[in-house]
Design a protein around this ligand. Structure first.
Ligand code: IMP
Ligand code: MG
Length: 333
């Protein structure tokens, strides 16, 4: 803080939603703003007994003092936007930029068949086809949709003014570094750059106004959809380790592998990471479930974290130890 950009370091689903919810409660930013591709991204947040599945709004909405915003680089499905506003009760503090692109029925249809579905394993959310149309300069914008008019705000002005006024802003990225259109495993990637630089461009935050870049890694690797993944485990091995997961948006089983230092190191370089978060430590080391202090981790878990810091040379500042928002070890200084 004052401005912290949170991005995924692997193939998405690193647990950004939970980390962002934690930071939005703990650090009390006045704005939580989402960059990234579109409603192809799904974040799961568990607050007590309630589970939220978020695709369109920033995950920071649980902090009632925060305004939540979607930057102009993001494509929006108005149906998903309105559904989440109602479900989360945030109609008085949720906003989007007039230049957000609009996903329509034809984008959903194009995304659910042919090469996007079969070869790339797209999420079918219409995000890629809408971004393609945006590049063609034919996509409808939020300002052209009457029902959105009361939610429109100048997102770049709002966030830059907040920073001038010494307020904190939290920037939420989507997907993960190795799904970036520029830097990922092309063609098995999403339809935008999703590294920190791309996310900042999506919301209108210039590079000199970024204070912290927090790259989130899961304690193991998962990937949903097609495309290469180093040292991929068989589904039996995945099951045995307890690393089997299902996609938030698509419900598809996620493929899994061991934590990968090459991918992690490249993500740190591409994002200029200043801090790392490691999530799901409790899935790897069940003894760590719910632990809130680094001193209470057992030796195996401690050396797993220490090894990451030594090999990657960036401090691990947040560690996820369970599905609840507060299941976090916070070692920021
Ligand atoms: P698309 O972004 O829906 O076109 O999907 C392209 C590729 O990115 C597919 O392999 C998807 O499974 C993957 N993908 C897109 N969004 C996410 C995400 O939020 N988490 C994980 N994988 C994603
Ligand atoms: Mg996800």
């Amino acid at each position: 803080m004052p401005s912290t950009v949170v991005v995924g370091g692997f193939f998405g689903d690193e647990g950004k939603g939970k980390i962002i919810s934690y930071l939005s409660k703990k650090d009390n930013p006045s704005i939580v703003v989402r960059g990234g591709a579109g409603p192809n991204a799904g974040h799961t947040i568990k607050d007590g007994n309630t589970t939220y599945k978020v695709r369109m709004l920033p995950s920071g909405f649980l902090n009632k003092n925060a305004r939540v915003m979607i930057g102009p680089g993001v494509v929006v499905n108005p149906k998903v936007f309105f559904k989440e506003i109602e479900e989360f009760g945030v109609s008085d503090r949720a906003f989007l930029d007039r230049h957000c692109g609009i996903i329509e029925q034809n984008h959903l249809e194009q995304d659910s068949k042919g090469q996007l579905k079969e070869k790339i394993g797209s999420t079918g959310s219409g995000t890629g086809p809408a971004n393609a149309e945006r590049a063609m300069r034919t996509l409808k914008m939020a300002k052209d949709v009457g029902s959105l008019s009361s939610y429109i705000i100048d997102v770049p002005s709002e966030i830059n003014t907040a920073l001038k006024n010494q307020e904190k802003i939290l920037v939420e990225g989507t997907q993960g570094t190795h799904l970036s259109l520029w830097h990922g495993t092309y063609p098995f990637v999403t339809s935008k750059d999703v590294t920190a630089s791309g996310i900042c461009a999506d919301i209108g935050l210039g590079p000199k106004n970024v204070n912290e870049v927090l790259v989130v890694f899961k304690a193991y690797l998962t990937r949903v959809g097609t495309g290469p993944m180093p040292n991929e485990l068989s589904s039996d091995e995945t099951e045995q380790k307890g690393w089997g997961e299902f996609g938030t948006v698509t419900g598809r089983p996620r493929r899994a592998a061991e934590f990968d230092f090459n991918l992690a190191s490249r993500a740190i370089m591409l994002n200029s990471a200043t801090q790392l978060a490691i999530t799901k430590l409790d899935v790897r080391f069940p003894e760590c479930a719910g632990v809130k202090s680094i001193n209470d981790l057992d030796n195996e878990a401690k050396s797993f974290i220490k090894n990451i810091e030594e090999k990657l040379n960036v401090p691990v500042t947040l560690i996820g130890t369970g599905p609840l928002i507060d299941d976090v070890i916070d070692i920021r200084t």
